[in-house]
Write a protein that binds this ligand. Sequence first.
Ligand code: KIV
Ligand code: ZN
Length: 391
Amino acid sequence: MSDNRVQIFDTTLRDGEQVPGCKLNTEQKLIIAEQLDKLGVDIIEAGFPVSSPGDFKSVEEISKIVKNATVCGLTRSVENDIKVAGEALKYAKTARIHTGIGTSESHIKFKFKSTQEDIIERAVKAVSYAKTFVEDVEFYAEDAGRTDNGYLARVCEAVIKAGATVLNIPDTTGYCLPHEYGAKIKYLKENVTGIDRAILSCHCHNDLGLATANSIEGVINGARQIECTINGIGERAGNTALEEVVMILKQHPYLNLDTGIQTEMLYGISQLVSDSMGIYTQPNKAIVGANAFAHSSGIHQDGVIKNRETYEIIDPKDVGVTESAIVLTARSGRAALAYRAKNIGYELTKLQLDEIYTNFLDFADKKKEVDDNDIHQIIEGSKVYKEIASS
Ligand code: KIV
Ligand code: ZN
């Protein structure tokens, strides 16, 4: 694999599905997994098999149907978790076990009531045991964002020796600033013996709205995998949004970092996940929100009608949106009204447009958004209608 290729690890069905009240059944998970596979993600984290019989079944069934992606199951550094994950993944064409343990001072002290040395021992044991089931073992150092870099490097070194193929560096609490997260990845690249034998992975949460920025800083500094979810769904404020990191790398080719994602599928899969989980996507959501390619102010509309790139950095077709939308409101100008009227069959002269525009503003002041039916009504109710109809 080229050194410029960033692997996309989708965790919509694991970290994403941890959103309260948004449980998916196995059938819904299978539909989403099939679409993720077509989308071109490299790894599908299908669930946490030991957590419930339903999750075990989902991971097992997903393993049977996925054709291209690696299927992954999450575990703690607990022998039974790993054994159960190994069983759930047995039908996968390529399987990965994702095991790990908390490494920050607070996790070691309060969650495990343990010591740094004991945590390294448990981590090594977990990776070695996972290796008896699958070749591909990813290790997560939970709360790596708040873990001292020197200690984190020691953990990474030990698990690479035990056979870990991927090192996940989660900013579990979404606390890091982008330059800090980037520096952490750089530090590990430069200070972990054996790092060339493993891929560093970014797993960022969005508590401060920095998940996407942190993941991008991570890959700029040498990580080659991003863990993300469709629409950025996940615990609390969510995870890194898949569609955002993919489009950032695509729209900034000078970074020389590629993914294998079929970007034209992004909008469709966003809708699928939102509908299946019953989680509404905010209209101003980057890339896939209802307003991501909608223009409503007169100045912007005029610019976009003359040349789309005036106010758009992405061609909507590249993410599966048919076209930019010119939304008519009381802030719209004549150019937008003429454009929308033409789309439904009215070619207006300047004089006709002047009269209709005045009526349009009266109407738009009373209604938030003017649709095609309203435009018909406004034109047909105008004095110049006869002239238009006969032309
Ligand atoms: O956020 C996190 O630390 C996680 C790990 C379990 C990978 O989701
Ligand atoms: Zn997470």
